[in-house]
Design a protein around this ligand. Structure first.
Ligand SMILES: *Cc1c(COP(=O)(O)O)cnc(C)c1O
Length: 419
């Protein structure tokens, strides 16, 4: 890397700038918490819960310790238990399936749509039709091992809502619950005919999980998460689960967890929430610029397509290319940060060997995992920085494309006859 490259380096993510910009307000939260010693629970947590529920268009919000806890508490509160299966996707962060397993159930994977990288409703429908049976009690069971299929857990990956209408329709037809993994989709929108208009991620299923891990669109300054739901009874159960199963101190109705959102994080999140829409607008503008710059090279660069019925929160900007590792190396050599979300699909992870999946079971997911790369994406990403990224990507793919052509010509060249 030259001095110039170093100066022009583009980070994958910039978590410093927004915190410097909001420093005064964030410090005043710290001061308020320290001077009142209201560390756990209290008005700051309740205040944020109210604001976030309203933002998402959901009736209730339950602040928890992480997105993983959010998913786990939702599934447990819904009564997911051993002997159950929950249908989800394999190209997601492992937290999605950890929650399923830790509720005692088994994750079952359906493949994703090539263009959106999200759960493919057609594959879901195919799975329910051909891999499941409905027993005499009307319970949907997996054909292979007789597990009760109770819920569908679509992930709004990279910030784009999964295609919820057909998923909700299938859920209704088969009597299944739908839980949204909205951990990457704070503020994302979906135009639902079923639900009568544009809806925010987190307001479409029985309940939704959000993560406020620092790198998410709305991030805390530490670990934090939340659940949104319209179901009062479910909300009550999840509030108990996050707090050792108690509604009143030391009176435990069930065994629960230590999974509360702390006051400091809630206060930080309240400072940041009013900026979320503007940050998402900036992300969308950056994504649009990338899309436009890559439009002429879509024979070599695969783009994630946005549904006509969706407005992505653009958590990540992901492209797919033939020589993904080569591209990453090239970008790294120029000081451009990248990521892979995710390099190994869950069904091929060592941790899930027991589930019995093999390479080839989810071909679209597997192909994506080999070719995807996430480019720099954050609200403060400057147009000049982006231009640098674009140029580097286009240079690389055109160079490797012409190298590919030469190789092809080489192989077509008649081999010299040995005499
Ligand atoms: C971040 C994330 C989670 C987990 O959130 P944590 O707050 O890190 O526990 C779950 N699912 C998806 C898709 C995520 O991106």
């Amino acid at each position: 890397m030259t001095i110039n490259d170093l100066k022009n380096s583009v980070p994958f993510l910039d978590l410093v700038t927004p915190h410097v910009e909001l420093e005064e307000q964030l410090l005043s939260v710290t001061k308020r918490v320290l001077t009142t010693a209201g560390f756990i629970g209290g008005p700051m947590v309740e205040g944020f819960e109210e604001e976030f529920a309203k933002y998402c268009g959901a009736r209730y919000c339950i602040g928890v310790n992480s997105g993983t806890d959010a998913l786990r508490f939702i599934l447990i509160a819904l009564g997911i238990e051993p002997g159950d299966a929950v249908i989800t996707v394999s190209n997601t962060f492992i937290a999605t399936t950890e929650a399923i397993s830790q509720a005692g159930a088994q994750p079952v994977f359906v493949d994703v749509d090539e263009d959106t990288c999200n759960m493919d409703p057609q594959k879901l429908s195919g799975f329910l039709e051909s891999q499941c049976v409905i027993d005499s009690q009307g319970t949907v069971r997996t054909r292979s091992n007789g597990l009760r299929v109770k819920a569908i857990l679509p992930v709004h990956l990279y910030g784009q809502p999964a295609d919820m209408d057909p998923i909700l329709e299938l859920a209704e037809r088969y009597g299944l619950m739908v839980v949204e993994d909205a951990c990457q989709a704070h503020g994302a929108m979906y135009l639902s005919k079923r639900l009568g208009g544009w809806r925010r991620a987190g307001s479409m299923g029985c309940a939704a999980a959000f993560s406020f891990y620092p790198g998410k669109n709305l991030g805390a300054c530490g670990e934090a998460g939340a659940i949104t739901t319209n179901d009062e009874e479910l909300a009550r159960k999840m509030r108990m689960l996050r707090d050792h199963g108690q509604e009143k101190k030391y009176y435990h109705l069930v065994e629960g967890y230590n999974g509360r959102l702390d006051a400091m994080q809630a206060g930080f999140l309240s400072v940041k929430l009013p900026h979320l829409d503007e940050w998402n607008r900036q992300r969308r503008a950056a994504a649009k610029r990338y899309d436009e710059c890559f439009a002429a090279a879509t024979d070599r660069i695969g783009l994630v397509r946005e549904l006509l019925t969706a407005e992505s929160a653009c958590h990540l900007y992901v492209i797919s290319v033939a020589d993904r590792d080569g591209l990453r190396e090239h970008l790294a050599s120029m000081g451009i940060g990248t990521g892979i979300h995710y390099p190994v699909p869950l069904h091929l992870q060592e941790a899930y060997r027991n589930l019995g999946y093999r390479r080839g079971d989810l071909p679209v997911t597997e192909r994506l995992a080999d070719n995807i790369v996430s480019l720099p994406m954050f609200p403060q990403l400057q147009a000049e920085q982006q231009q640098r990224v674009v140029k580097a990507v286009l240079d690389f793919v055109s160079r490797s494309a012409s190298a590919g052509v030469e190789e092809m010509h080489d192989s077509l060249r008649p081999v010299a006859q040995a005499s």
